[in-house]
Design a protein. Sequence first.
Length: 163
Amino acid sequence: MNPASSDIARLQTSLEELGRVIGTGLANSIVYFERGVIHGQLSDPENAVRDFTESIRLNGSNPDAYYNRGVAYAHLQQPIMAVDDFTATLSLNPEHIDAYNNRGAANLDLNQLNRAIRDAEEAIRLNDQLPTAYLIRGAARALLGQEELANLDREKARSLTLK
């Protein structure tokens, strides 16, 4: 068995174990959260959304449940839902760099260019070594016709990727 197959088998086993716990009726928000993470790792965003939603229903104060559900929505190409979840993440954890970065990408998908730029800039403020934030900002700037600034962002992202 190659390493990828063994990882998948391990995840499938964990998924079955969590399913058994849920079947007992004794599951809490953490069990649903963990199963949602595994669904995400197995590229199953529909089931990930279901489990993160249940985790949030049971405990609405976990920013990572909102964040991960936002990522699953992004994979399902539902950027409005993703933006809502990344916003909820940030209301619970205003320093969540990846939520700013991913909300910026979702806003870019929605052609909300100024919002995408603001989110990318906030991600950069929190971590100026994040190449994707520069790429998001650069793409939004290019769509706004700010080609010189867009090129600077692309070059910065390229230099960070080469480090």
